[in-house]
Design a protein around this ligand. Sequence first.
Ligand SMILES: C[S@@+](CC[C@H](N)C(=O)[O-])C[C@H]1O[C@@H](n2cnc3c(N)ncnc32)[C@H](O)[C@@H]1O
Length: 187
Amino acid sequence: MTRFGAEYYARYYGDGGVHDREKIAHLASAVHGMCAWWDVEPASVLDVGAGPGLWRDWYREKVVSTDVSEHACREYGHQLRDIGAWRPRSRFDLVVCHGVLQYPNDKAVTAAIDNIAAACRHVLYLEIPTTADLESVVDPDATDMDVHRRSGDWYRRRLNEHFIQAGAGLWVRKGGGVALYELERSR
Ligand SMILES: C[S@@+](CC[C@H](N)C(=O)[O-])C[C@H]1O[C@@H](n2cnc3c(N)ncnc32)[C@H](O)[C@@H]1O
C-alpha cells in the first residue's frame, strides 16, 4: 500500500500534525491509569496501525505493534498486518487502535472490529473520526480528510456486539471482567 509512505508520516507527524510523542504520553498514561483502576495490568498490549509507533514507544515492553504500511513497518519496526484480514492467535490485555479504522472500507472495518474483539482480553482504546467529527471537530489542516465517512452509530452497532463503551475512547470487553457502574458507561 503506497498511500502510507514516507510523505504521509512527514505530513501528519511533522510540525502541525495530528499529535506527537508528548500528547500520546498524556493519553497513554491516562489509559494505563484507567486500566489500573479497573484492576487490569496491561501485561500484553497490541498496537494496531501503529504508524510512527508513539504508543509502542510509550509501552516499550510487552507490546506488539502492527501496521499495513510497508514503509512504517520498515522504518518504525512493526509487524506487517492488515487488521481487516489478520486475527492474532493470542489475546492482549489492552488493544490500542488510534486513528486507523477510518481508512479501510465498510467490509474490512467490520472484519477489523471482529478481529480486534477476538484479540482483546479486557480493554480497547479506540479513536476514529466520524462524519460529525470530520465536519465540525477535527482540525482539517492537521487531519487527513481523505477517509471514509461513517456515523458514530455505524461503528457503535458493530462495537456493541463485543464491547461496552466507557467513554473517552475506552471500551471494555464484554465478559472481560471489568464491571462498570451504570453512570460510568454509555447505554
Ligand atoms: C493516522 S495513522 C495512526 C498511527 C498511530 N496509530 C497514531 O495514532 O499515531 C494511521 C495508520 O493506520 C495504518 N492503517 C491503515 N489501514 C490499516 C489496516 N487495514 N491495518 C493496519 N493498519 C492500517 C496506516 O498505515 C497508518 O500508519
